[in-house]
Design a protein around this ligand. Structure first.
Ligand SMILES: *[C@@H]1O[C@H](CO)[C@@H](O)[C@H](O)[C@H]1NC(C)=O
Ligand SMILES: *[C@@H]1O[C@H](CO)[C@@H](O)[C@H](O)[C@H]1NC(C)=O
Ligand SMILES: *[C@@H]1O[C@H](CO)[C@@H](O)[C@H](O)[C@H]1NC(C)=O
Ligand SMILES: *[C@@H]1O[C@H](CO)[C@@H](O)[C@H](O)[C@H]1NC(C)=O
Ligand SMILES: *[C@@H]1O[C@H](CO)[C@@H](O)[C@H](O)[C@H]1NC(C)=O
Ligand SMILES: *[C@@H]1O[C@H](CO)[C@@H](O)[C@H](O)[C@H]1NC(C)=O
Length: 933
C-alpha cells in the first residue's frame, strides 16, 4: 500500500485516532532519544599517533558575566616517533595565540629531570575544515622524548548544552559542561579521542558565593590573587580518563543531607561515596532518588564484582538543564529534573552503568557507541529485574521494543524515513541480541564474561570483538557454548543484516522429527526483497515440549549455524505440542504446522495450560500467530483459533497485542459484510474482559486503568450497547445547551461512536458545530470533530451529506484544508472510500470542474477515492472510473494508475484470506452469538 505510506499518519485518521489512544494506553518504556545512537555519523578528525599525552594540568577561569572563559593547559607529551609537529584537537571557537605557546623538553637523560630546554614553536595553525590544530616546531624531536606543552586559550560560554554553557533556574545562574561525544575540544585543546586516557589535574575559578563540583573531590581552595570575590578550587587528580568524560558544574548547589557510605556489604569496598545535590531550595525533594541511586549502584557493583576507581560520585539535579539526555561525566552525573520525574530505577541504572562501561571501559570509537548503549540498556534492565523483579516495567520490557522492531524490520523497505530512527532501532536490536546471549549462554557465563571484559579493558578502550571474545571464552569454559562456536559469528549474523528471520517448524508426527527452517521475516506484501535467500542467521532453537515443560531452561536444543534448514529428532509423541523460542528469547517469530498450533490453542484454553505457559510465551504465541497470518504465512483459521483462549485471559501483557490485531486486521477487511461480523467477534472477545475489570477504583494499578480504557474504546468502536447509550446521553447534553458553539462537554472517546452508530440528526448536529465553530476556541477541537465526522460513520447517507456540504455546495463554510482532511479521513473505513468513489463518479463533471485546477486537492481526492481498496470488487470500481473518464484525470493520471497497481497486490491477500476469515467468523458466531450483546 504505497499510498498509505506516502500519506503517513494523516491519511489514516481513524487509525491514528485509535492509535494515539492505543499508544497512550500502552505507554512505551519511555526512553529519551539518545544522541549516541547517531555517533556513527560523527566526522572522523583523527590524530596521528606520533606524539601522545601522558597527563594534563588544566586551569580554567570562567567569566560568567562576559560569557567567556580563559584557561591554560599543560600537557605532558611523549614522542612515539621523530616528529617536527604536534597535532591536537581544538575547536574553531577556541582562540589560541600561537605566540604564547611554550614547549619545554624534559631532559630525561640527566639524572636531574628538572632540567629542561625550550624548543621554539614556529607557528600554530588549524587544519582546513577540521577541528585539528597543528603546532610546527623549529626542530624535529626524537622518539622517546618527553616535553611539557603549555597552551593558553580563550573561548565562549554558550547558552545551550555543548562545551561550557550557562543556564538559569529561577534567579540563579549556573555553569555546566557537556563534552560528549567530542566537545572537550570546545573547552580546552587536547587529544579528544576516547583512546587517549590520561590523568587530569584541574583547578577552576569561581565566584566565592557559588560552588563547583568536578569529576574528583576538592583538594583545597585559595583566594584568587587578582579577582575580588573569586576563589580557585584545586581538585584531586583524576584516574586516567578520556577527555569527553571531563565535567564540572558551578552553581549554588546544596548537598542532600543523608549521605550514606556503602559499607553494608563488606565484600566490596566502601567507596565511592554517593551524594545527591540540588539547588538550595530543591535538594530535599530528592531523598527517594538518592536512596535509589544507592540501591542501583550497589546492585551494579555486585553484578560486576568490582568497585569504580573513584572516591565519590556526585549526582546533581538541575531543574532545567538544557541537554537532551543526562550528562554522565566520570564521577559526576547531571540530571534534568524531568529525567527523574518518573522516579525509576531504570534511568538511574542506565547512567550509572556508563560509569563502568563508557567511562572506565570506553568504546574505541563512536561507531562502537551503539554497542555501549545497547549493553548499558540491557544491563540496566537486568539490574531492575534484580531490584524489583521487573515490576517497574509492568511487562513492557522487552515487549514494547521487540514488537516495534518486528514491525519495522519486516517492512519491504525498513527505515525508509529517518536515519536517526534507524540508528536507534539498530541499537535496540543489538540489545535484544545481547538479551538472547544472556539467556542462551546462561546468566553466569554472561556475567563472568563481562567481569573479565571489564578487568581486561579498564582504563582502555574496546571494540565489539573484545566483548564477544570474553563471552566466548567464558561460555566455552562453562560448557554453555560449543567449543567450535564463537559469539562473534553469532552477533555478526544478526548485525550484518538489518532484518530479522522467521523460523518455521514442521513436525513429522510419524517419525517424531521436525524440519526447522529459517527465512527472512516479511509482513508487508509482496515478499519480493532481493537477495533474501542469502540472508541467514545464527539462531538458537530453544525447545519446550508438552511432556516436559520447563520454561526456565533456556539452553538451545541446537543452534542453526546459518543453515537454511535442518532436521531435529526426538520430538514428543504426536498428541503433544512443542514451543520454540519461549519468552521471546531471540528476536524472531516462530511458525508451526497447523496440528501443533491447534494443540497449543487447545492447551491454552485450559486452566492448566494458562498456568503452565508463562505470560511472555502466551503473548508471543498469540502475537506470532496473527502476524504470520497477516503476512500470509499462516491460515487465518489457525490464527483466529489462537485468540480463543483470550476469553479466559486476564493478563494485560497478553492482551496488549490483541488491540493491534483488532486494529490492523479490522482495517484489512475491505468487505462491509465481513467487517460487520468481525465487529461482532470483537464484542464477544472483549466484553467478558471489560465486565471483569469492573468500575475504576481509587489507587488501582495503572495497567488496569489503561487496559480498561483501551478495552472500552475498542468495544465502543465495535458497537457495544452500554457504551453507545452512555455516548448518546453525553451527546444529548451538548445538543441541549443554550449555545452549543461555546463548548463541547462530550468526552472525546464518545464522539466517534456517536457519528458511527448515532442518528442522522446527531450527525448533522456535529456538522453544524464544525461550520459554526468560533474562531476564539482551540482549532484542534474543530479538527478532531471533522476527522471523526469523516472517519467514523459507516452509513453512506452520512458520508454523502458531509461530501455534499463540503464539496458541492457553493459558498461552503468548509475550507480547502477541511476538504483535504475529509478525504483523508474517509479512507479509514471501507464505507468511507467506497462512498467517496461512488460520490466522485456520480458527480464527476461538477467536481472535476471545481477542483481540477487545484492540483493538490484534486490529486489528493483521486488518491483517497481510489488508493485504499483491497478487493477485486474495489479494483473493478476503480478500473471502471479509469476507463469511463480516460484522459480526464489531468495531474492525477499517475495516481489512479498507481492505485490500480497497488490494489492488485492486495486483492491476492483478500481473495486468499477473506473467505477463510468469513467462514471462521460465521462458525464462531453461530456458536457464541447468544453471548453477544
Ligand atoms: C610525564 O609523564 C611521564 C609518564 O607518566 C612521567 O614519568 C613524568 O614524570 C611526567 N613528567 C612531568 C613533568 O609531569
Ligand atoms: C534569589 O532569590 C532568593 C530568594 O528568592 C534570594 O535569597 C537569593 O539571594 C537570590 N539570588 C540571587 C543570585 O539574586
Ligand atoms: C591535596 O593535594 C596534596 C598534594 O597533592 C596532598 O598532599 C594532600 O593530601 C591533598 N589534600 C587533600 C585534603 O586531599
Ligand atoms: C538474563 O538471564 C537470566 C536467566 O538466565 C534472567 O533471569 C534475567 O532476567 C535475564 N536478564 C534480562 C534483562 O532479561
Ligand atoms: C479451530 O478450532 C476448532 C475448534 O477447536 C477446530 O474444529 C478447527 O479445526 C480449528 N481450525 C484449524 C484450522 O486449526
Ligand atoms: C457559515 O459561517 C457563518 C459565519 O460564521 C455563519 O453565520 C453561517 O451560519 C455558516 N453557515 C452554515 C451553513 O453553517
Amino acid at each position: 500500500m504505497g499510498f498509505l505510506k506516502l500519506q503517513g499518519c494523516s491519511a489514516l485518521i481513524y487509525f491514528c485516532l485509535l492509535f494515539s489512544v492505543y499508544e497512550a494506553g500502552h505507554v512505551t518504556i519511555k526512553r529519551s532519544i539518545d544522541p549516541s545512537a547517531s555517533y556513527p555519523l560523527i566526522t572522523d578528525d583523527r590524530l596521528p599517533k606520533d606524539v601522545i599525552p601522558q597527563s594534563y594540568d588544566i586551569h580554567l577561569e570562567p567569566k560568567i558575566e562576559e560569557n567567556a572563559f580563559s584557561g591554560i593547559i599543560k600537557m605532558n607529551l611523549t614522542w612515539k616517533s621523530d616528529s617536527k609537529k604536534i597535532s591536537i584537537h581544538a575547536h574553531f571557537n577556541l582562540d589560541i595565540n600561537d605566540k604564547k605557546i611554550v614547549l619545554r623538553k624534559i631532559n630525561t637523560n640527566n639524572s636531574d629531570s628538572q632540567l629542561s630546554e625550550n624548543i621554539s614553536v614556529v607557528r600554530g595553525s588549524r587544519f582546513p575544515k577540521k577541528t585539528i590544530y597543528i603546532i610546527y616546531l623549529k626542530e624535529a624531536i626524537k622518539e622517546g622524548s618527553e616535553c611539557i606543552l603549555e597552551i593558553p586559550f580563550e573561548g565562549s560560554i554558550w547558552e545551550s548544552g555543548e562545551g561550557l554553557f550557562k543556564g538559569s533556574y529561577s534567579n540563579w545562574t549556573y555553569l555546566a559542561t557537556y563534552l560528549r561525544p567530542n566537545n572537550a575540544r570546545r573547552l580546552f585543546p587536547c587529544f579528544d579521542e576516547p583512546g587517549f586516557k590520561v590523568p587530569f589535574t584541574v583547578s577552576i575559578t569561581r565566584p566565592s558565593h557559588l560552588f563547583t563540583i568536578f569529576n574528583t573531590p576538592l583538594n583545597r581552595t585559595i583566594n584568587h590573587s587578582t579577582l575580588k570575590d573569586y576563589v580557585i578550587d584545586y581538585f584531586e587528580t583524576t584516574p586516567p580518563m578520556s577527555a569527553f568524560t571531563f565535567g564540572f558544574v558551578t552553581a549554588n548547589l546544596k548537598k542532600l543531607q543523608n549521605e550514606i557510605k556503602l559499607d553494608e556489604d563488606t565484600s566490596i569496598q566502601t567507596e565511592p561515596v554517593l551524594s545527591l545535590w540540588g539547588f538550595e531550595d530543591n535538594a530535599n525533594q530528592f531523598k527517594e532518588i538518592h536512596q535509589k541511586v544507592i540501591i542501583v549502584h550497589k546492585a551494579i557493583q555486585r553484578y560486576f564484582n568490582v568497585s569504580l576507581p573513584l572516591s565519590k560520585i556526585d549526582v546533581v539535579v538541575i531543574p532545567e538543564l538544557q541537554v537532551v539526555r543526562p550528562v554522565d561525566n566520570w564521577g559526576l552525573l547531571l540530571f534534568k529534573e524531568s529525567d527523574l520525574t518518573q522516579n525509576r530505577y531504570y534511568d538511574i541504572a542506565q547512567e550509572l552503568i556508563y560509569q563502568w562501561i563508557g567511562s572506565w571501559v570506553t568504546p574505541e570509537w563512536w561507531t562502537d557507541a551503539h554497542l555501549n548503549k545497547a549493553l548499558a540498556s540491557f544491563l540496566a534492565a537486568d539490574i531492575v529485574f534484580k531490584i524489583d523483579g521487573g515490576i517497574e516495567f509492568n511487562g513492557k520490557y522487552p515487549m514494547t521494543t521487540l514488537y516495534s522492531i518486528y514491525y519495522e524490520f519486516s517492512k519491504r523497505y525498513p527505515h525508509s524515513r529517518i536515519t536517526a530512527m534507524k540508528q536507534e532501532t539498530i541499537s535496540y536490536k543489538l540489545e535484544l541480541v545481547i538479551r538472547m546471549l544472556n539467556f542462551t549462554l546462561g546468566k553466569d557465563s554472561f556475567q563472568r564474561g563481562l567481569r573479565t571484559f571489564i578487568e581486561e579493558h579498564q582504563y582502555k578502550t574496546f571494540v565489539g570483538n573484545d566483548l564477544w571474545s570474553a563471552l566466548t571464552k567464558q561460555a566455552t569454559m562453562h560448557g554453555t557454548l560449543n567449543s567450535q562456536y564463537h559469539v562473534d559469528d553469532i552477533v555478526d549474523s544478526w548485525f550484518a543484516i538489518h532484518r530479522l528471520p522467521v523460523v518455521t517448524v514442521r513436525r513429522d508426527y510419524e517419525k517424531r522429527t521436525a524440519a526447522v527452517q529459517q527465512k527472512l521475516y516479511l509482513r508487508e506484501r509482496p515478499h519480493d526483497v532481493p537477495e533474501q535467500e542469502k540472508m541467514l542467521w545464527w539462531i538458537p532453537i530453544v525447545l519446550n515440549r508438552q511432556d516436559a515443560l520447563n520454561f526456565s531452561n533456556c539452553t538451545p536444543y541446537v543452534w542453526m549455524e546459518r543453515s537454511r534448514e535442518m532436521t531435529i529428532d526426538n520430538m514428543p509423541p504426536s498428541d503433544q505440542f512443542i514451543i520454540v523460542n519461549q519468552e521471546e528469547i531471540g528476536p524472531f517469530p516462530v511458525n508451526y504446522d497447523e496440528r501443533n498450533w491447534q494443540m497449543l490453542s487447545k492447551f491454552l484454553q485450559t486452566e492448566t495450560g494458562r498456568t503452565l505457559v508463562p505470560t511472555y510465551t502466551r503473548s508471543k504465541l498469540l502475537h506470532d500467530a496473527w502476524n504470520l497470518a497477516y503476512a500470509g504465512d499462516l491460515s487465518f483459521a489457525t490464527a483466529l483459533n489462537m485468540t480463543l483462549f483470550m476469553k479466559f485471559e486476564r493478563n494485560h501483557i497478553v492482551w496488549n497485542p490483541v488491540f493491534t490485531f483488532i486494529d490492523q486486521i479490522g482495517r484489512h477487511i475491505d468487505m462491509p459484510e465481513v467487517h460487520k461480523r468481525f465487529e461482532e467477534y470483537v464484542l464477544i472477545l472483549l466484553t467478558p474482559l471489560y465486565e471483569d475489570l469492573g468500575a475504576e477504583t481509587e489507587g488501582e494499578d495503572n495497567w488496569k486503568t489503561d487496559l480498561r480504557s483501551l478495552t472500552k474504546r475498542f468495544l465502543c468502536g465495535a458497537g457495544y450497547r452500554p457504551c453507545i447509550e452512555e455516548a448518546k446521553n453525553a451527546y444529548s447534553v451538548w445538543q441541549h445547551l443554550p449555545d452549543p458553539n461555546l463548548e463541547n462537554p462530550v468526552p472525546n472517546h464518545y464522539i466517534c461512536p456517536i457519528f458511527k452508530w448515532g442518528s442522522m440528526e446527531e450527525f448533522q448536529f456535529g456538522i453544524e458545530r464544525v461550520l459554526q465553530f468560533p474562531k476564539s476556541r482551540k482549532q484542534n477541537e474543530r479538527t478532531y470533530l471533522l476527522k471523526t465526522l469523516a472517519g467514523c460513520p459507516t452509513q453512506p447517507e452520512k458520508i454523502i451529506r458531509l461530501l455534499e456540504q463540503s464539496t458541492l455546495e457553493e459558498n461552503s463554510n468548509f475550507t480547502e484544508n477541511d476538504q483535504f482532511l475529509i478525504y483523508s479521513s474517509l479512507t479509514a473505513t471501507s464505507s468511507g472510500h467506497y462512498t467517496l468513489l461512488k460520490f466522485l463518479s456520480g458527480n464527476w463533471t461538477t467536481i472535476r470542474e471545481k477542483l481540477i485546477n487545484n492540483t493538490n486537492l484534486w490529486d489528493h481526492l483521486i488518491g483517497s477515492a481510489t488508493g485504499f481498496f483491497l478487493t477485486q470488487k474495489g479494483y473493478n470500481m476503480v478500473h471502471q472510473l479509469y476507463e469511463e473518464h480516460a484522459g480526464e484525470f489531468g495531474s492525477a493520471q499517475h495516481i489512479i494508475e498507481k492505485s490500480l497497481r497497488n490494489i492488485k497486490e492486495e486483492v491476492l491477500w483478500s481473495e486468499e484470506n477473506l473467505p477463510v476469515i468469513e467462514t471462521w467468523l460465521n462458525n464462531f458466531l453461530s456458536k457464541n452469538s447468544s453471548n453477544s450483546s
